[in-house]
Write a protein that binds this ligand. Structure first.
Ligand code: TRP
Ligand code: ZN
Length: 868
């Protein structure tokens, strides 16, 4: 490296030296040479007459102060120092940038011939010199100038206030955003699109124009996004009392995008993956993803934009809260249980893995080198769990009072996580002093629970020990305030009231000490406890359940999540014991009672199909890997495969009956139909392992009238390595090679192909006409799935998977460090593998470390991993 990148610390926060109340921007757009003129009203706040602006990769043309050229400045690494300034002045800065060459997709870049921007977190500094920090809020006006024929649509934040024609076939549009905002919420788009329009009237009667911009020819794929947007606007009014605050809401779908989507004020920019869908091209998962992401970005308008973050260490203030809100939105519109299950899978799988990795950090990080590295599962998903715990502790009513107070106090400003907790505390009267530790402590807490039934006294006690293992970033851990939701059952399935010290008590216990015993009175028989209901805290829990207790909970627990969780614990027991068995040279086996419990679930007349589908799903290889200090990749893969195979043989009749019964003639994406397809295709995944597998899968592919059935047939063929696999994949590729987004599903199948020659095929696939390493979606689909969803081939003992990863990372290090940095994550966890594999992965990390142009993004992670 040229020089070592420096970390920033949360404790070093200082308020800005100057404020910028207004900025007027003019973009003269040209592919390779765009001129940006920024005119700002700047006011000195502190004692210094020197202004240090952020800037990267900019060509500086001129600086004026109050209209006259200013000489007293110097460009420095990462910015510009302007000296001896008046207390209050107008600053004009002209810079030139090259959008065409911008492959990092940060700042102003070209996506398929359209100009677009991505400024979060620190991309605005690649557009002009500025105070690129979220606590500087300014009113923006933006003038966009471009050639009219190629770029008929010129979009910016806020409302369009004027437009006109110019000589030479160029035209311009001027936008004004009345809401002060930080630079990261700035956006501009110029291009040619098809537009889907609609209108929404808010509760208070404001008429809002809704516009969704998609690539030409894709108008028939924008409908679901529009429906989702309208549903989001309505839901936020009904559940949170929050209304939209501009006259127009625009969404632009682009093919080149590093993340899911971006909540720029009034002008969201979306990865086209989260906009475009129709029956021919999209799976049910795609439809649900669009609903969630459209909701997420819309909800940011209040939680993120109206109240923004003081500094980037506070990122979870907006992201944790907004994920919580989008999860609630999806749960209110669809199945609450299925949504909860899938959110919990993310925490127990990848988020726990992140906690255990060299990148472990609290939801409010203390130390950051590259901010883009902290858009993590911890900040987003665990951040949402922390909000959810407050919701559990306060209840909906007091939680909403807290939200209201939060907006009363902080609307129009940049706030901190502490501000949010204080509002919750003040509005509810609930003490959150110890609870705040969730913001500063990293790692996964482990709960060890034991119970005792005292027959003579009719009392039942639960002893809960908590402990959080040390993480690389933080040695010492303290006891947390953990909301622990319990229910006690009699053998007949009835619920025992919880009574402590002569009073009825809530189901949510306040666990606050490292060891604590709760004694329940008037317990008239030895109860079966349902523990950590709803996953009331993001922790690992250990309790010595007997099989029959878990089977009891699977069928009798009063809530669906608890049933599912009991099933998962039962699976976990037999996965663990079988892994040991396999390691000692034994065979995989599953007792009759476990098979029968699942048979019971499959035959249930009362459970929803979508829920049954979750019940019969084994934990993923990644989740299971998280249970071990040293991961035996091959043993885990073998056990999961064999268990699936045993279940498919034992339950073949039931699976087949369901498969045939759930066939739907018409395709519809309502939640009930999605649920039926989900169960039916889950059955197909099992049946693929039986003798009739190939025939069933091939037939489904041939008659499918929707993408879900098509993809699930191919996925079943892929996982079971059926004879028809080759031909189905070929057929799909012939049909869809022209459409990258549709091909992503196919690339994902190639990446996760369990075949022995998978890596060779992947390398060939990289020259497929639809593939390009310049496109993050393509790269993530093919390469990302290989690194994350193909454990056996990626971790091949010969090191070929690791070498391949190293080569790809070197290429992406220069073209797109953000994408490279995300792909790197599986390699960081090398300590979890045997010595031989550790050495092979280390070699790749070390060779990255030696690159002299190593990006900050990769430097931060690689150096942490190597010091672990
Ligand atoms: N704020 C965005 C979201 O969560 C995240 C995001 C979109 C982002 N694009 C980005 C973050 C690029 C960093 C870099 O909705
Ligand atoms: Zn977000």
């Amino acid at each position: 490296m040229a020089h070592t990148p420096q970390a920033k610390y949360r404790k070093d926060y200082r308020s800005p030296s100057h404020t910028i109340s207004e900025i007027d921007l003019t973009f003269d757009l040209h592919e390779t040479q765009t001129q940006v003129t920024a005119v700002s009203n700047v006011k000195q706040l502190g004692t210094s007459d020197q202004l240090v602006l952020d800037g990267e990769g900019l060509e500086l043309k001129s600086i004026l102060v109050d209209g006259t050229a200013w000489e007293n400045y110097q460009t420095v690494e990462g910015g510009l120092e302007i000296r001896a300034l008046p207390k209050s002045f107008e600053l004009t800065i002209v810079t030139v940038i090259n959008p065409q060459e911008n492959t990092a997709l940060e700042g102003l870049y070209m996506s398929d011939g359209a100009f677009c921007t991505q400024c979060e977190a620190e991309g605005f500094r690649r557009i002009t010199y500025y105070l690129d920090r979220p606590d500087v809020l300014a009113k923006y006006t933006t003038t966009v100038i471009a050639e009219k024929a190629t770029f008929p649509y010129l979009l910016g934040n806020g409302n369009k206030i004027s437009q006109g024609e110019m000589d030479g076939g160029r035209h311009w549009v001027k936008w004004e955003d009345p809401h002060p905002k930080p630079a990261y919420l700035f956006a501009l788009v110029a291009g040619d699109f098809d537009v889907l329009t609609d209108k929404y009237q808010t509760r208070s009667g404001r008429e809002v124009d809704l516009e969704i911009f998609v690539d030409k020819g894709n108008l028939d794929r924008a409908n679901h996004a529009m429906v989702s947007l309208i549903n989001s606007m309505k839901w936020d009014e009904e559940r949170f009392g929050l209304e939209y605050d501009l006259d127009i809401y625009m969404i632009v779908a682009v093919d080149f995008f590093n993340m899911g989507a971006m909540e720029n004020k009034g002008l969201n920019v979306f990865n086209s993956k989260f906009v475009l869908a129709n029956d021919k091209t999209a799976t049910d998962t795609d439809y649900l993803g669009i609903e969630a992401v459209i909701g997420h970005e819309y909800f940011h308008n209040w939680t993120g934009n109206r109240v923004t973050c003081r500094d980037w260490f506070q990122l979870s203030l907006k992201e944790g809260l907004t994920v919580f809100r989008d999860q609630e939105f999806s749960s209110d519109l669809g199945s609450r249980a299925v949504n909860r299950i899938n959110n919990v899978r993310i925490i127990r799988g990848p988020q726990f893995a992140e906690d255990a990795s060299p990148m472990s950090h609290p939801i409010r990080p203390e130390k950051v080198i590259e901010m883009n590295n902290f858009y993590t599962l911890t900040v987003y998903e665990k951040g949402s769990e922390v909000i959810r715990m407050m919701h559990t502790l306060l209840g909906e009513e007091k939680f909403q009072k807290g939200i209201k107070l939060y907006f009363e106090r902080h609307d129009g400003t940049a706030a901190t996580c502490e501000d949010f907790v204080a509002a919750m505390e003040d509005a509810s009267g609930v003490d959150l002093k110890q609870f705040r530790l969730w913001y500063s402590q990293s790692g996964t807490p482990e709960l060890d629970v034991t119970s005792h039934f005292d027959e003579a006294n009719q009392s039942f006690s639960l002893t809960i020990k908590q402990q959080t293992p040390a993480t690389l970033d933080q040695e010492e851990k303290q006891a947390l305030h953990i909301p622990f939701d319990v229910e006690l059952y009699r053998k007949d399935g009835s619920v025992i009231e919880l009574r402590c010290n002569g009073k009825n008590v809530s189901n949510v216990l306040d666990v606050t000490e490292s060891e604590q015993t709760f004694v329940f009175e008037a317990v008239d028989e030895k109860p079966i406890p349902s523990l950590l209901r709803e996953f009331s805290a993001p922790v690992k829990m250990q309790y010595a359940y007997q099989d029959d207790e878990l089977v009891f909970l699977m069928t009798n627990a009063s809530n669906d999540f608890a049933r599912w969780d009991a099933g998962q614990m039962l699976f976990a027991k037999y996965i663990r014991s079988n892994v040991e068995q396999v390691q000692q040279g034994g065979a995989v086996a599953l007792p009759e009672n476990v098979v029968d419990s699942l048979r019971g679930i499959l035959l249930s007349k009362t459970l929803e199909p979508a829920f049954i589908a979750e019940m019969i799903t084994l934990p993923s290889h990644n989740e299971v890997s998280g249970w071990y200090d040293v991961v035996d990749v091959d043993a885990i893969a073998l056990v999961l495969k064999e268990l699936k195979s045993i279940l498919s043989t034992e339950l073949e009749d039931e699976l087949l009956a369901i498969y045939h019964n759930l066939k739907q003639e018409k395709y519809s994406i309502d939640h009930a139909s999605i649920g039926k397809r989900s169960l039916r295709n889950k059955c197909l995944g099992y049946l693929a392992l039986t003798e009739q597998g190939n025939a069933l899968v091939e037939a489904q592919y041939q008659v499918a009238n929707n993408m879900t059935d098509t993809i699930d047939a191919m996925a079943a063929a892929n996982q079971a390595q059926l004879a028809c696999r080759e031909q189905l994949l070929q057929d799909y590729s012939d049909k869809w090679a022209h459409d990258g987004l549709v091909m992503d599903k196919w690339f994902t199948l190639q990446g996760s192909n369990p075949a022995e020659n998978a890596l060779d095929v992947i390398k060939q696939t990289m020259s497929h006409s639809a593939f390009s390493m310049k496109n993050p979606n393509r790269t993530r689909s093919l390469i990302g799935s290989f690194l994350n969803m193909n454990p056996v081939r990626f971790h091949n003992k010969d090191g070929s998977g690791y070498r391949f990863a190293g080569d790809v990372l070197k290429e992406l290090n220069t073209s797109n460090p953000q994408v490279a940095s995300r792909l790197l994550d599986p390699l960081l966890k090398y300590r979890k593998y045997d010595e031989a594999r550790q050495a092979l992965i280390r070699k790749e990390l070390e060779s990255l470390k030696e690159l002299d142009n190593l990006a900050k993004d990769l430097f931060e992670k690689v150096s942490k991993a190597l010091e672990s």
